[in-house]
Design a protein around this ligand. Structure first.
Ligand SMILES: CC(C)(COP(=O)(O)OP(=O)(O)OC[C@H]1O[C@@H](n2cnc3c(N)ncnc32)[C@H](O)[C@@H]1OP(=O)(O)O)[C@@H](O)C(=O)NCCC(=O)NCCS
Length: 159
């Protein structure tokens, strides 16, 4: 069974375990390096990754934590919310965990900030991620002005 839930700061060890594996397994997909994360490795660092503007999610596959992602929700209600840090354990890919993660994030946003634009940045050549996002209702809105290699996508239902 696939089930998604929120991760609070008290869940930092789950987040740490999966995030370090993500940075090791798919370094090309993320702006943070494994070395940076290991260099900052402390309970307070990992707690901070799941509080304040950051809302974390995990997806479990038959009770095994296997996918993560976060929403970055700025205090400014007019600012677009960002979906970041999306990763699925390779052993659990192609089973709908990515889709379940995005559904949980969209549900959370609809409850907390209905009508808010949801954006993300994706490496242009990352075909699996682009297909996942497109299949969940995101569309490319242009290049990422902060990174030549990336595109910005926005959730169609929120535009
Ligand atoms: C991209 C990623 C999150 C997909 O996770 P996943 O759990 O395998 O995705 P799902 O099983 O939920 O797939 C949902 C849809 O995404 C698309 N998709 C997923 N993997 C794909 C692949 N390898 N090739 C083409 N399309 C793919 C398909 O449209 C799929 O729908 P379908 O199964 O009905 O065809 C995963 O491959 C991953 O973690 N990649 C490395 C990290 C990364 O790139 N993160 C994104 C950073 S922006």
């Amino acid at each position: 069974m696939i089930s998604a839930r929120r991760l609070g700061p008290e869940d930092w060890e789950i987040w740490r375990g999966l995030r370090l594996r993500a940075l090791d397994q798919a370094p090309e997909a993320f702006g943070t390096t494994l070395e940076e994360a290991v260099g900052a490795d402390s309970p307070s660092h990992w707690r901070a990754a799941l509080e304040g503007a950051m809302t974390g999610f995990v997806v479990e596959d038959d009770g095994v934590p296997a996918a993560i992602g976060r929403l970055l929700i700025e205090v400014d209600p007019d600012a677009p919310v960002e979906l970041i840090s999306v990763w699925v354990d390779p052993a659990h890919r192609g089973r709908g965990l990515g889709r379940a993660l995005i559904a949980a994030a969209l549900d959370h946003l609809a409850a907390r900030r209905p009508g808010t634009r949801l954006r993300l940045a994706v490496v242009e050549t990352n075909a699996p991620a682009r297909r996942l996002y497109e299949s969940c209702g995101f569309a490319v809105i242009g290049p990422n002005p902060e990174d030549d290699a990336e595109l910005l996508m926005e959730h169609a239902g929120a535009r």
